[in-house]
Design a protein around this ligand. Structure first.
Ligand code: LMR
Length: 341
């Protein structure tokens, strides 16, 4: 196996050295050193679809590789956060990530922002028709342009809006500073509602809401719950306005350095872990909703069909912007996949 490249960025270098020291202290010091170390870094809590998928992947690999491959799962931005995880992957300071689809646009693959278009999908079955079909395969391939190897898709769920007031109609959003992920489409969506988008890494969102740097946020329920946002945002409005999912990526150089039997083992374990995570996504979403409805101090608001349609109509301008910058071919392909039965 070739030696990992030396990280160039001072911050990444510092943290890579720290990470290696921690691995030695808490990991395989004294034990036989594994032939392959695969660090899987992500930004959310373990008790989410992504957190559970990563842990399932780890346990499947450990059960099948007999100690030769060690998977370390680093949740909650403990190893890398949104700002540096993709650079860390390119520099060999982490081997696997699962960023949300929204985050690949700024990483040089803007086509992924199609998933951010408001009210594009009616349900997870529709999402799967896109991610598990030709469009999804094409998108994963495009990651190669940015030295990423796309290995598969994972759902979280649909996003809901939260703030210090209910957000039922477009006018309710006026003047709010809304935390968004680094996606042009999400920025446009918030501006279309008369609010100000503030791009922040996931790991800084809770603090930004607590200190009043931002007033509102959009999250799937498992993230809203596990980040403790109910204590900061007393009104949760079930807007269901957008989808949040992930692509699992590795680095082509790391992947190519593995013996083919290990690649096969990892691919199979990942496919099973993704299937597990995808099954769990809807379940964790429903559990989170039940918990949040019982949470003292939090009010959960549903939208009437008329309110949802009004919001949807208002957000149509976001589609025009997307088509102006990326053309209409991708959206047509997506639409075709959605219409398939
Ligand atoms: C976010 O930044 O809100 C999400 O992408 C976090 C995640 O990974 O679910």
């Amino acid at each position: 196996m070739s030696a990992p490249p030396v990280p160039r960025s001072p911050r990444i270098l510092r943290r890579a050295v720290l990470g290696a020291a921690c691995a030695l202290a808490g990991g395989w010091a004294g034990a036989a050193r594994p032939a392959v170390l695969l660090r899987f870094s992500h930004v959310v809590a373990p008790d989410t679809p992504k957190g559970q998928m990563a842990l399932r992947f780890q346990s499947l690999v450990h059960a099948r590789a007999g100690g030769r491959i060690r998977v370390e799962v680093h949740p909650a931005s403990q190893l890398w956060g949104d700002d540096d995880e993709m650079e860390a992957l390119r520099l060999g300071a982490v081997e696997m990530l699962a960023p949300s689809l929204s985050k690949f646009g700024m990483a040089g693959v803007p086509e992924f922002e199609v998933f951010d278009l408001p009210y594009l999908f009616a349900d997870l079955a529709q999402v799967r028709r896109v991610t598990q079909g030709e469009v999804g395969r094409g998108l994963l391939q495009r990651l190669g342009r940015q030295q990423m190897l796309g290995l598969g898709f994972l759902d979280n769920g649909f996003k809901q809006m939260s703030a210090a007031r209910p957000l039922r109609t477009p006018t309710d959003y006026r003047g709010l500073r809304v935390r968004v992920q680094a996606s042009r489409v999400l920025g446009e969506q918030v501006r279309a509602l008369g609010a100000q988008p503030v791009v922040l890494p996931f790991g800084e969102t809770q603090r930004a809401l607590a200190s009043g740097v931002v007033d509102a946020a959009e999250n799937p329920l498992s993230n809203f719950l596990t980040q403790g946002l109910a204590a900061l945002q007393p009104h949760l409005t079930l807007t269901q306005h957008g989808y949040l999912g992930y692509a699992v990526v590795s680095h082509p150089r790391f992947w190519a350095s593995l013996p083919s039997a290990d690649r096969e083992l990892l691919s199979e374990a990942l496919a099973e872990a993704l299937a597990h995570g995808n099954r769990l996504a809807a379940e964790l979403d429903a559990q989170a909703l039940a918990t949040l409805r019982r949470t003292p101090g939090l009010q959960v608001h549903g939208l009437t069909p008329a309110e949802r349609s009004a919001l949807r109509r208002h957000l149509q301008t976001v589609y025009d912007g997307f088509q102006r910058s990326l053309g209409s071919a991708l959206l047509k392909d997506v639409q075709q996949a959605l219409d398939q039965r």
